[in-house]
Design a protein around this ligand. Structure first.
Ligand code: ZN
Length: 160
């Protein structure tokens, strides 16, 4: 069975940057189970998986435009310290969830200067070229309910 729209596929993967640094991997955690064709993966990886079958292994180099997008310097903003929780010791690298125009957005503290905190709303992987090493380990048809919800149920998916 091949991966196509509304397949549920399980994949083992390792993701590295161009320097060979591992960013993410399914190793030790079990395969990623996802509903194909529902925008659950970055576009560059989902299109590579189309038509693949159990046992297929491949490497894919995905440019930022087909992954988490290019960095946008306008998303780096100075925020008054007073807008952040007083009880939190704000340090560089810390992440907050903020309500943005496109829903919940993760912002990262990239600088603290006096009463001003520099926040970066870019995805941490924006501007990064991704190198995937992928193996397809299972493919099945999605249930009608999974298609309706747009995500996978059961092991590796939503438990509800
Ligand atoms: Zn659901």
């Amino acid at each position: 069975m091949q991966i196509t729209k509304h397949s549920v596929a399980s994949i083992e993967y390792t993701l590295t940057d161009d320097g060979g640094q591992v960013i993410d991997t399914s190793e030790g955690r079990g395969p990623l189970v996802y509903l194909h064709g529902a925008g659950n993966l970055i576009p560059g990886l989902e299109s590579q998986l189309e038509g693949k079958a159990v046992g297929d292994e491949f490497q894919s180099r995905i440019e930022p435009a087909d992954a988490y997008g290019e960095r946008d310097d306008r998303m780096v903003q100075d925020v008054p310290r007073a807008q952040l929780p007083a009880e939190v010791d704000v340090t560089v690298g810390m992440q907050f969830q903020a309500q943005g125009p496109a829903g919940v957005q993760v912002v990262t503290v990239v600088g603290v200067e006096g009463d001003t905190v520099k926040m970066d709303g870019n995805h941490p992987l924006a501007g990064v070229t991704l190198n995937f090493d992928v193996k397809v380990v299972e493919v099945r048809e999605a249930t009608a309910e999974e298609v309706e919800h747009g995500h996978v149920h059961g092991a590796g998916g939503h438990q509800h």
